[in-house]
Design a binder for this molecule. Structure first.
Ligand code: BGC
Length: 373
């Protein structure tokens, strides 16, 4: 069982319960709890030196990961840009007006997949290329300029999936640098520890590496919420194998959902045999809907037992699937996630799964409508 934060305790919030701060505050808080909260606040203020205060200090209650997860309510993945070996190589270069369009459409956050491993020295001290770091800082600044919460996602560290031990120290050293740079950023900034661990980075090894990564980040930055997913490609299957250290509770659980895979990945060149799936439709039959509800319910129930908020960090259907089916499926998954109090991120903005057409600089109306009705 996860440790409960003092704020949730003070407000009488039970495990897995979503916060309605206003009503909780007025209905359940007692004078004794108010006094305790006051003492905790004074303690906190005294413990933090004045200069270079993390943005956290400005809002005590914001530290609750359930409240922070609401910032990720409607997130867009900025896929195929910074997680390509070099930005632009996979056809996407980020422009400042993209952030305006995403915010204006009603999204609340952007998940930024980043291939840090391609931009850090292979040997100690594994320094991140300054120009790349500046580029990521620009992305974070653009997000904040338009009021989108950025997720710094450690994506496509392909080498660590084949040789986990050989890349362990490098991974941690890179995180040290990221946390050092972003620790004073707005509290509405999130760290996603590692996208879709798989292959030789087994569930067991991932648990060990995760504990080390948390220690590494927390030694520098105790403020920003961590987003943590499962081994075996970030899906539901390995959820029961995930072990999050008990002493860390500023965490959001994430999983990815692309079921039925033969529908969402039809014609996707990186999946062998996927040409044969072309033409697969999803029309939302009772059985098809039930499958999605059953899958997402599993996550909901597991997370409730762990007292973790949930972020569906990737879902989407490739552009070669029929548009009508894509829109129906996207709408149904999005709606089901929301009905289970999960935040979500569509995969992705303007590439192969794109909800936005970068050539015409306009949204694909069926997909946008499915995401933000
Ligand atoms: C991968 C992408 C892929 C997507 C859908 C993501 O996690 O990083 O390369 O397009 O999943 O398969």
């Amino acid at each position: 069982m996860r440790r409960r934060s003092p704020y949730r305790w003070a407000l009488g919030i039970e495990n897995g319960e979503k916060m309605n701060l206003k009503s909780k505050f007025f209905n359940q808080i007692s004078p004794v709890k108010i006094l305790c909260l006051l003492i905790m606040t004074l303690f906190w203020a005294a413990a933090c030196p004045d200069e270079k205060k993390p943005a956290e200090n400005k809002q005590f209650l914001e530290a609750d990961p359930f409240a922070r997860n609401e910032l990720l309510g409607r997130t867009m993945n900025l896929g195929n840009a910074l997680e390509a070996p070099a930005e632009g190589e996979w056809g996407v270069t980020l422009h400042s007006h993209y952030f305006d369009s995403i915010a204006a459409a009603g999204f609340t956050a952007v998940r930024v997949p980043i291939r840090w491993s391609a931009h850090a020295l292979p040997v100690a001290p594994h320094t991140i290329e300054p120009s790349f770091l500046t580029r990521v800082q620009w992305v974070v600044a653009q997000s904040e300029r338009v009021g989108l919460a950025p997720i710094i996602d450690f994506h496509h560290y392909v080498e660590i999936f084949s040789e986990p031990e050989a890349h362990r120290k490098r991974f941690l050293e890179i995180w040290k640098q990221i946390a050092t740079v972003f620790q004073y950023g707005d509290t509405a900034l999130f760290y996603e520890v590692l996208n879709e661990p798989h292959d030789n980075l087994t569930a067991e090894l991932w648990n060990e590496l995760l504990a080390e990564a948390i220690d590494t980040i927390r030694a520098i930055d105790s403020v920003h919420t961590l987003i943590i997913g499962t081994a075996e490609w970030g899906g539901i299957a390995a959820m029961n194998k995930l072990k999050i250290p008990d002493d860390e509770d500023n965490i959001i659980f994430t999983f990815h959902y692309y079921e039925p895979f033969q529908f969402t990945h039809q014609g996707a060149g990186w999946n062998e045999g996927s040409e044969a799936w072309l033409g697969t439709t999803w029309s939302g039959t009772p059985q098809q809907q039930q499958n999605i509800i059953a899958d997402l319910s599993q996550v909901k129930n597991w997370a409730a037992q762990q007292n973790l908020p949930v972020f569906l960090g990737e879902f989407g259907a490739y552009h070669r699937a029929p548009m009508e089916s894509r829109a129906l499926w996207t709408q149904y998954v999005r709606h089901t996630a929301e009905s289970m109090n999960m935040s979500w991120a569509y995969w992705e903005f303007c590439s192969g799964f794109g909800a936005y057409n970068a050539n015409t600089e306009s949204w694909r109306p069926q997909l946008l409508q499915a995401l933000i009705p």
